[in-house]
Each structure stands twice: as C-alpha cells, then as structure tokens.
Design a binder for this molecule. Structure first.
Ligand code: TXA
Ligand code: MG
Length: 338
C-alpha cells in the first residue's frame, strides 16, 4: 500500500473522505499522533489493530470534537465527568465511562466501558468535524515502540501499512493523555499524562492511583489493559536511576560502562564525560515530557546499547515521564547513594 503524506490543513478533506470510507489514517493530536478510524465501524477499527500489531484485548480511545458528541456514546455521564470536561476539554484528558450500545466491541475489547477524549489540536478537531464521526485512535506507533510525536516518526512505523498520514507538526505535550476512570465510586487514575493528578484533584477531590502506574503489575485483570504490556522499549538496555545530581554525574563518570550513554538533564550534561542525550531542564517537566519519546527513538537510530536515565521528580508531569521511563527500562530502577 502506498502511504500519502498530506502536509497542510487544506488536506483535511481527503483524509476525512478516507475515514468515511472505513480506512485508517494517522492524524496529529496535542499529545502524540493517533491512528484513527471510524469508531462506529468495527471493521474499520480492526484495521487499526492490524496496522499496529496491537493485542485485541487492549481497548481504544474514542475522539470527539464537540461535547454533544459524547451523548450517544455513553450510557451515563457522572457529575464528576462533566466537571472534568468543563475544566480540561479540549485537552489531554481521557475519561473511561459506561459505554452505550452503539460502540462496537472492537473498540472496547468487549468490556462495558468506553474511553472518550476531546483533543485540543485544531487539526485533530478539524478532521473529526469534517468526517462527522467519532474516531477511535490509539497512538500511531507499531505496538512496543515509542509513541510518535512527529509525522516522520509515524512514517517510520506505518509507511506502507496505511493509506495516509496528516502532518500537523510536532506534538506539543509529547506524552499521551491522562486516563481516568469514572465508573467506580472514587475516580481512578489509570494512566498519568498531559493533565497532572494535582490538576484532577483540584476539580474533583480525591482520586485513587491505580497500582499499575508505578509498579510492574502482572495481574491478569489490570484496569487499563495498556499498562500490562512492555511499552516504549528502546533496543538499548535502560536503567532508571534515582539520585542527586552529583551522584548521577559521579556514577556516569566513574562506574558506568565505557560506551554507555546518559539520558540526563541539561544542567548536568557538561559535567558528564560520556555521551549524553539531554532530555531538558531538571525542573521543567513539560520540556522533559515533550522530548522523551523523540529521544528514545533517536537512541534506537544511533544504535545505542546501554542507557542510564536520570529520573525526574514524580510530581506533576514528572509522574507521566516516570511511568514511561520505567517501562522503557523494563522496571530496572536503582537508587544511588548521595
Ligand atoms: O494521548 C492519547 O491518549 C493518544 C492520542 C492519539 O489521543 N492515544 C493513546 O491511545 O495513547 P493508546 O491506545 O495508545 O492508549 C490508550 C490507553 C491504553 O492504556 C488502554 O488500555 C486504555 O487507554 N483504555 C482504552 N479504553 C479503555 C477502557 N475502556 N478502560 C480502561 N482503559 C482503557
Ligand atoms: Mg499507545
């Protein structure tokens, strides 16, 4: 299959046509690129799973462009869901809600809930409006590789597998949306992302944090199936280090293997006498999130074998970064003495 790379917002119309015809296309969102298809057409949704090589038991997020579009998709809207939508939509927040009958099983992996998001990216919203359909869309990477934050990343993974990629520039957020379930009594954070736990709590009060976010949970039944897969894994072996700046620099200079590479903060790069990949300034979690996936892809292109990553603080967007990094490290994390 030939993959056409559409470059401007005028190209929304042909992309919307493909979606109406039941095809799969990659579109930009403010978090990462998505691999979109008509969420109401089970056959179209199956093509997403094939292109991504995604396990069929991992459900998809349904994207809408206006609040009213949610009404036929869910059976009930709890007051806290409305409050979160008022505060954070359009934006990088996904809500898990009780599904309605019109959602095909292919989207929900047979479950009785559906994940809904109203993205902020103007091109994503223009595509959804132009085709007049809710769009099921996972991240547009092949299963197991880092989520794509540029159209070039999508082409690297999807060229020849889908008919079109719409280029909307670099994704601003860089990590995926926050996923929160509003089905149980207390809202439950299933995946940290572009909206922080602190922001959620400021609107709806107490939330539970799913244990799979920070731990290697080998449960048969995790609340967010995506969390049980080894994700975002670069080819290099990655170890995540928790330490002070001085201890990290000392470790890299004195103990790390000769050809290992530091995934480090801007403030420490100059003092490390080994190859470095700079992820951003230590206290700028937005910058770090924005750079993370592109750097993991770059590490693969450079053919790196051994990476030590300096972990940011786990507050704010730092929790989303930590959640991706421990998966990239296959849960190999260590504390260095000060
Ligand atoms: O930012 C994002 O969310 C991007 C863009 C394209 O919108 N999409 C994305 O989709 O990251 P995906 O499929 O890569 O991740 C969706 C996550 C997975 O962990 C999945 O298991 C979870 O959401 N999920 C989807 N539907 C669910 C449901 N009904 N219940 C629980 N978890 C669900
Ligand atoms: Mg994904």
């Amino acid at each position: 299959m030939k993959t056409t790379l559409y470059k401007t917002t005028e190209d929304v119309a042909p992309v919307a046509d493909l979606l109406r015809q039941g095809e799969v296309v990659a579109i930009p969102t403010e978090t990462v690129y998505g691999l979109a298809a008509n969420a109401l057409d089970g056959g179209a949704v199956l093509k997403i799973f094939a292109a991504k090589n995604r396990p069929a038991d991992n459900p998809l997020i349904v994207h809408i462009s206006e609040w009213e579009q949610i009404i036929p998709l869910v059976s009930h809207i709890p007051p806290k869901a409305k409050a979160l939508a008022d505060a954070f939509w359009p934006g990088p927040l996904t809500m898990v809600l009780p599904r309605s009958e019109i959602i095909p099983d292919e989207v929900t992996a047979g479950g009785d809930t559906v994940a809904i998001r109203l993205p902020a990216h103007p091109v994503a919203r223009a595509v959804i409006s132009a085709c007049g359909l809710p769009l099921a869309a996972p991240s547009a990477n092949r299963s197991g590789s880092p989520s794509p934050t540029t159209a070039a990343h999508v082409m690297d993974d999807m060229n020849g597998l889908i008919p079109a990629v719409l280029d909307g520039g670099e994704c601003a957020v860089g990590v995926e949306s926050t996923v929160i379930s509003l089905v149980g009594e207390t809202p439950r954070l299933l995946r940290p992302g572009g909206i922080t736990p602190e922001q959620l709590q400021s609107v709806i009060g107490a939330i539970e944090i799913d244990p799979s976010i920070t731990a290697n949970v080998h449960l048969d039944k995790v609340s967010s199936p995506g969390m049980k897969y080894k994700h975002y894994a670069p080819k290099a072996k990655v170890t995540l280090l928790h330490s002070s700046r001085q201890a990290f620099i000392r470790f890299m200079n004195e103990q790390a293997e000769e050809h290992s590479v530091a995934l480090c903060f801007a403030e420490e790069a100059k003092e490390i006498h080994k190859q470095t990949l700079c992820i951003g300034h230590e206290n700028d979690h937005n910058e770090i999130a924005h750079n993370l996936f592109a750097l993991l892809r770059q590490a693969d292109e450079m053919g790196l074998c051994r990476i030590y990553a300096h972990c940011p603080e786990k507050t704010g967007m730092g929790l989303a970064v930590y959640n991706r990094l421990i998966r990239a490290a296959a849960f190999d994390e260590r504390e260095l003495e000060a």
